[in-house]
Write a protein that binds this ligand. Structure first.
Ligand SMILES: [Zn+2]
Ligand SMILES: [Zn+2]
Length: 344
């Protein structure tokens, strides 16, 4: 079967790899249909690592996928061949202290699809996963939308972990796929007003079209000053969704005393800094989020019911053989790209 391998920094190759087979009775063999390129894939592409997760080349990358069930193990009860499914790429052990405490995403034995040292990625024709990682798509939902459910779930979880959004004033710094997913989830949870910033104007426009009440480019205006002029008591919650120190600095200025700063971005550096006196005097709660915990079924349902309409994020389509070009476009923020999908 064919697979996309990252064989060096910024080097994508398509190679034949040995086929995969069902090993456990609870496994499902899936024919991969569509894979979205994630910001984390771009970190591996550009730097070969995220923090201390370092790639040993070559590695199959990719973890945002939807596909069609091809074959099921003997003990699989909820899926059958022909079902189309979205996938949660995070495999937990269900036995450790974290899993027992309901924290599947910080499982001590976690294995994540396309993560160095854990599992090969899904940019390949077939993949084997446990049944519990697969979520049947509603009849009318496309595989593209199914693949988009993974990043959408990360944004949904960031909002859920932060708390009640009803009537709240929100700042979202960064309007990439995660920031946009946070907007959609905040609106679904009845936030009062949503302010968005991004250094790319086209992403500000998209944010405005899909729920943001205001959007601004921090490279061209003083976004802190402008937002605080319309929200003199500052914001209840600020989501950092771009992994930039500047954005975190702005978040602490934008949030009100007693407010929450939620960090969802992945930085390219090892340490954030924060102004001790500002954070102390305002008694700011800093909430870091890690991927998502058990939210995929909620998101598939919300998208199926039309409560969240995320398809506008899909801006580019590529075939497997053009994956290299797809990575070039996404990593360079070219052609007003938001989410690029690879069709296998
Ligand atoms: Zn992702
Ligand atoms: Zn565990």
């Amino acid at each position: 079967m064919k697979a996309v391998l990252l064989s060096d920094i910024k080097k994508i190759e398509i190679r034949d790899v040995p086929p995969v087979h069902i090993e456990e009775d609870t496994d499902v063999l899936i024919k991969v249909g569509v894979v979205g390129i994630c910001g984390s894939d771009i970190h591996y592409y550009k730097q070969g690592k995220i923090g201390d997760q370092i790639i040993t080349f070559p590695q199959i990358i990719g973890h945002e996928m939807a596909g069609t069930v091809e074959q099921v193990g003997k003990k699989v009860s909820k899926l059958k061949p022909g079902d189309t499914v979205a996938v949660d790429p995070s495999i937990s052990c269900f036995a450790c202290d974290q899993c027992k405490a309901g924290r599947l995403h910080t499982c001590r034995n976690l294995k994540f699809v396309g993560c160095p040292g854990q599992l090969e990625g899904c940019l390949t024709e077939y993949i084997v996963l446990p049944e519990e990682n697969c979520f049947i798509l509603p009849d009318h939902m496309s595989l593209e939308t199914g693949a988009l459910c993974e990043p959408l779930t990360v944004g949904y979880y960031a909002v859920q972990r932060t708390g009640n959004m009803e009537g709240k004033s929100i700042g979202i710094l960064g309007a990439g796929p995660i920031g946009l997913s946070v907007i959609l989830s905040c609106m679904m949870k009845n936030a009062r007003i949503v302010y968005v910033t991004d250094i790319l104007d086209y992403r500000c426009h998209l944010a405005l079209q899909h729920g943001a009440h205001w959007a601004g480019n921090p490279d061209r205006n003083d976004i802190v000053d402008t937002i605080i002029k319309s929200e003199p008591y500052q914001l209840d919650v600020v989501f950092e969704c771009c992994g930039k120190q500047e954005a975190l600095d702005q978040a602490f200025l934008l949030v009100k005393p007693g407010g929450i700063v939620t960090i969802a971005g992945i930085p390219e550096f090892d340490y954030y800094r924060f102004p001790a006196n500002v954070v102390r005097r305002k008694e700011i709660c800093i909430q870091q989020v890690r991927r998502q915990n058990d939210c995929t079924s909620h998101v598939v349902r919300a998208v199926g019911n039309g409560l969240i309409k995320p398809d506008f994020m899909i801006t580019h389509h590529f075939s497997l053989k053009d994956t290299g070009r797809a990575f070039e476009i996404v990593s360079g923020y070219k052609e007003n790209v938001v989410k690029a999908m690879i069709h296998l």
